[in-house]
Design a protein around this ligand. Structure first.
Ligand code: DQA
Length: 146
């Protein structure tokens, strides 16, 4: 069975109330629920993880090869712009992934315009809101030929 993992970084647990003009009105449960529904329709196993702690995100990544995960969808949130450790974890596990951002990081503050993941991702989706996650899942299905 094809397995996909969706990982959300810090502060994304606050979606719905966190700066809605920037990040939208949908909660993380809304986003995950929509992805879960699409995965079920395809007969794909999908797992979700959110943490505000870098170390927990690293541990989750390290566990993915053993889980048999084929593909990751990852919004690193603020760690996008800071985390060599998460980049190294992704390089270590060698799993294909799509980097997702709700907001368009390229039209925001200069410090958000650098990503430690963009050159090792299969692709990057930024600025399309919650729809970006659905598009990432669609792209994962295409990549995995399911
Ligand atoms: C974000 C963009 C990041 O710059 C920010 O730190 C986030 C969310 C996004 O989804 O637009 O927390 O990754």
């Amino acid at each position: 069975m094809i397995k996909i993992a969706v990982m959300h970084g810090p502060n994304l647990n606050l979606l719905g109330t966190r700066e809605p003009a920037l990040y939208g009105a949908q909660t993380l449960d809304d986003i995950n629920g929509s992805l879960a529904q699409r995965a079920v329709q395809k007969g794909v196993d999908i797992d979700f993880f959110q943490s505000n702690a870098e170390v927990e995100l690293i541990h989750y990544l390290h566990a993915q090869p053993e889980r048999g995960t084929h593909f990751l969808i990852f919004n690193p949130a603020a760690f996008t712009h800071t985390s060599v450790a998460l980049r190294d974890a992704l390089l270590a596990i060698q799993l294909p992934f799509i980097e997702v951002h709700l907001s368009n990081i390229y039209k925001r503050e200069a410090f958000r315009q650098h990503s430690y993941f963009r050159d090792i991702a299969v692709g990057v989706i930024s600025g399309l809101g919650a729809v970006g996650y659905d598009l990432a899942l669609q792209a994962a299905f295409h990549y995995l030929e399911v």
